[in-house]
Design a protein around this ligand. Structure first.
Ligand SMILES: *Cc1c(COP(=O)(O)O)cnc(C)c1O
Length: 349
């Protein structure tokens, strides 16, 4: 079995999670009669300090339901230039909802209120209407960077004062919770709606949830249905998510320690440069020097030795730690990286 650092989505359900899934009580959730779905939605809402939550099959659907709740055709939202909602969802906001996005470049995904202040369009019939601000925490393309709570507060306060609504793409919010000790409900309190993923670091096989005010979440059921996300005995998958929420949050600290150890090993190697230099959660991104070949050639050499990492540009590689990677495998990975770098430099000498 290769050691797989490509993403925290590659985890498989543990035996205990499979047992919870096998034992799940289920009903038809389109009739709102699935007790496990209801339990998961209540638990998620309560952890995030919101009235209610809705389970959806993916983080993409969760973000896109949020777009439809916040915006109408002809509206625009502000987002970070490298954000998932802008780059990795096929611009579904355009395709499906007639909404545009205005990107604002942050520092490895982290925005300050000053970055946003000039970005609201004037009220004038030439322009789309600026309606919402989205933040991503932790930031995927920013190598798992945490958006500091002070700037979250400042941005959301500014947004609400300017009659903009706010949405948090918290696919990896629990990584920020564990890394900072700031509770999920505190992070969430600044936003109108919050999306979280169960299928990333939490290690569930399927699913995300969107939390917010009760009347918004009732309306979200309509959007979920039209996007094809109304599911029947969905308690089967909700049970995995519920198990993950109860048992896999605190252990994210292990993933962070593993990422930090991997980063130390990478820092020690010539030809590899961490970017950003100080990984904060479970992701490490590094630049590969030209002497070591293109990122894809470099990861191909790693793969031949049983180590999988993800090329994310011509020169950059991403490694993500997760539930199915141990400290011993991180040490093995560090050795493989060292061997491949040395072999490559030796072949050039
Ligand atoms: C993975 C991810 C999503 C989307 O999740 P899918 O379940 O893959 O659709 C949304 N936002 C961020 C930041 C992500 O990393």
């Amino acid at each position: 079995m290769p050691i797989d650092f490509r993403s925290d989505t590659v985890t498989c359900p543990t035996p205990a999670m499979r047992e919870a899934i096998a034992d799940a009580l289920v009903g038809d959730d389109v009739f709102d009669e699935d007790p496990t779905m209801q339990a998961l939605q209540r638990r998620t809402a309560s952890l995030l300090g919101k009235d209610d939550a809705i389970f959806v099959p993916s983080g993409t659907m969760s973000n896109q339901v949020a777009v439809r709740l916040h915006c109408r055709p002809g509206d625009e939202f502000l987002c970070e230039a490298g954000s998932h909602i802008l780059n990795y969802e096929q611009s579904a906001h355009v395709q499906l909802s007639g909404v545009t996005a205005r990107p604002v470049t942050g520092d490895f995904g982290v925005l300050k209120v000053e970055d946003l202040q000039d970005q609201i369009r004037p009220a004038n019939e030439h322009f789309v209407r600026t309606r919402m601000v989205t933040l991503e925490n932790t930031h995927n393309r920013g190598a798992g960077r945490i958006q500091p709570i002070e700037s979250v507060q400042a941005i959301c306060r500014w947004a609400h004062a300017n009659r903009l609504t706010t949405h948090l793409d918290g696919a990896r919010l629990f990584n920020a919770v564990v890394a900072t000790g700031i509770k999920a409900a505190e992070w969430a309190s600044h936003f109108d709606t919050v999306s979280v993923c169960f299928s990333k670091g939490l290690g569930a096989p399927v699913g995300s949830a969107l939390a917010g005010p009760g009347d918004w979440i009732r309306e979200a059921r309509r959007h979920r249905k039209v996007l094809g996300g109304g599911m029947r005995q969905a308690g089967i998958i909700a049970a995995g998510a519920l198990y993950a929420l109860e048992h896999h949050v605190d252990r994210l600290a292990d993933d962070h320690k593993n990422a930090s150890d991997l980063a130390d090993a990478i820092r020690a190697l010539d030809g590899l440069t961490l970017t950003p230099p100080d990984p904060q959660t479970n992701m490490v991104i590094f630049e590969v020097a030209p002497e070591l070949g293109a990122a894809a050639q470099f990861t191909e050499r790693l793969a031949r030795r049983g180590l999988l990492m993800l090329p994310i540009s011509a020169t950059r590689v991403r490694a993500v730690t997760h539930l199915d990677l141990s400290a011993a495998q991180v040490r093995q990975a560090s050795e493989i990286l060292q061997e491949v770098v040395r072999a490559q430099f030796a072949s050039k000498a």
